[in-house]
Design a protein around this ligand. Sequence first.
Ligand code: PHE
Length: 350
Amino acid sequence: MNELDSLVTSAQALFAQSATPADLENAKAQFLGKSGRITELMKGMAALSVEEKKSRGAAINVAKQAIEAALNARRQALADAELETQLKAEALDVSLPGRTRTTGGLHPVSLTLERIEAIFGSMGFDVAQGPEIETDWFNFTALNTPQDHPARSMHDTFYVEGGSSEAPNLLRTHTSPMQIRHAVQHVKRYRALMDAGQVMPEIRVIAPGRTYRVDSDATHSPMFHQCEGLWVGENVSFKDLKVVFTDFYRTFFETDDLVLRFRPSFFPFTEPSAEVDIQFASGPLAGRWLEVAGSGEVHPNVIRNMGLDPERYIGFAFGMGTDRLTMLRYGVSDLRLFFDGDIRFLSQFQ
Ligand code: PHE
């Protein structure tokens, strides 16, 4: 192998070893740079005759071109490799499932509350909301519940910090304290009117919301929902309660094949009192009586605690369990499903 051939071979070998473009440019300088081997060879021709210059120059040129070709090939190979790594790094796995944007929705119990509000709204009822941490006064005393009533016991009621031993704070055990809260506000608003001898505009309100009791199984949750109702005026009777309730349940369940039963019962804040049962004529629950609410004519002591004269004003109140209604409407058998927060369950209601 002559000198020029081995020069080309060593250039090719050096280029092949260059792993980066910078290495390659350094390697190039050794052959084609200002003081590179090829340049040196060119310079070395100065002393040669014209004839010799011609053939020597041609031979050096061939070697130079071979080195340049090897350089360019290596440059291209390195650029290709770089592009390849870049493409790999930026690769999109189109087989990955897409990231979908899930849409939120209302909880089934909220759907029921909205439905209840719409139906009672169409019957002229306002909607009121009040605190879940209540005082003993609003939750029990103002509602004519005696000091020794079992509902006040620690077994049934969650007592919370704050308040005093005579007036403890608690998580409301029912929505009934809203009867007092709302009526007192209403009476205050119309006091001047009444003092001037006019009749108070009727109180007609529902108060849906969360309630709490020490209780937990498939049909009881320590936190549950109720909807209170109150209609007080000069002549609001049990008959009105029956009409309103019958209308409500038939509208709620979208069927006229539904009967109500008012079962005599006892609540300290109503007299007379009744528990309300409903019965479907058809469907999976046909023929079974299902307890859905407590109700009654508001007790004179409660009317008095509202700031009204029980000789003049009278009305009815009710408290319905709304989780139960939601279970019945959607055919859910375990109450706890509503509060577990399992998205697989909840998304079925969207
Ligand atoms: N507060 C009662 C309960 O939770 C229900 C009720 C409300 C009864 C209003 C009568 C009148 O059981």
